[in-house]
Design a protein around this ligand. Structure first.
Ligand SMILES: [Zn+2]
Ligand SMILES: [Zn+2]
Length: 239
């Protein structure tokens, strides 16, 4: 296994690696996304989940979201190039692929994702970026599973730098870096799927998808990804 990983990291061409990364994000978006939606629908029929916003979507919304997401997936595909380059030049040090290191890495990357997303998203809500960039993502007034990667190319480019902005400073297992987009899309799907548990009451974690949903439907000023601690911190200090 280790030999295969080393071979991929050091021998494969940048184009092959970008194509593999593109394929991976395609599977996440269309494969995992579809499974997520099917699970939501079956949990809805069992009355475990309920729809947040029941208004019907226009057909063109989904087409628009898929077209924008395809553009983002191409950018995500190419985002492996600087990471591989820095690994080959020894600017990024990798840790061994043991389960505790992989698990810790995923947790750390998910926390960094939350901070990174908050910064980028807050920036996107300044007038200039809202008008020229972030409006694309907010075209989805009622978010769907297809909204998760529906960004302007510049926002997709910024969001693709989560691993790149931490790997040169903190060593990770490459397997954790590989698994992280899977965890990230699950959280992203939860925030955009337009479903929540029960009546939307209860512990915060049960409702965690609701806040970002309302950011779309009601223009609520929250910028966090899956958690609300940064929003709470931010509103205490700056509002
Ligand atoms: Zn926003
Ligand atoms: Zn969103």
């Amino acid at each position: 296994m280790q030999d295969l990983i080393e071979n991929i990291l050091y021998e494969f061409s940048y184009l092959t690696l970008s194509a593999m990364s593109f394929g991976y994000f395609m599977v996440l978006y269309f494969g995992v996304g579809t499974l997520f939606l099917l699970s939501c629908k079956s949990l809805e029929s069992m009355k475990v989940l309920q729809k947040i916003e029941s208004k019907a979507l226009e057909k063109k919304q989904t087409n628009f979201e898929i077209a924008q997401s395809m553009q983002s997936i191409i950018i995500f595909g190419f985002s492996v190039i600087p990471i591989i380059y820095l690994i080959r030049k020894d600017f990024i040090v990798l840790l061994p692929n043991t389960w505790p290191i992989i698990f810790l890495g995923i947790v750390l990357l998910t926390i960094w994702n939350e901070v990174h997303f908050f910064i980028v998203h807050r920036l996107m809500h300044f007038n200039f970026f809202m008008k020229h960039v972030h409006f694309i993502h907010h075209k989805s007034r009622i978010p769907t599973i297809y909204s998760v990667y529906s960004f302007h190319w510049f926002e997709a480019l910024l969001l693709s730098t989560v691993p790149l902005t931490i790997l040169p400073f903190i060593p990770f297992s490459i397997v954790a870096v590989f698994i992280y987009p899977f965890v990230s899309i699950l959280l992203n799907l939860a925030g955009h799927c337009n479903y929540r548990f029960g009546q939307g009451k209860g512990n915060y974690w049960v409702n965690f998808g609701t806040a970002h949903n309302e950011h779309h439907t009601k223009g609520r000023k929250n910028y966090g990804f899956a958690l609300n601690f940064l929003d709470k911190l931010y509103s205490r200090r700056f509002r």
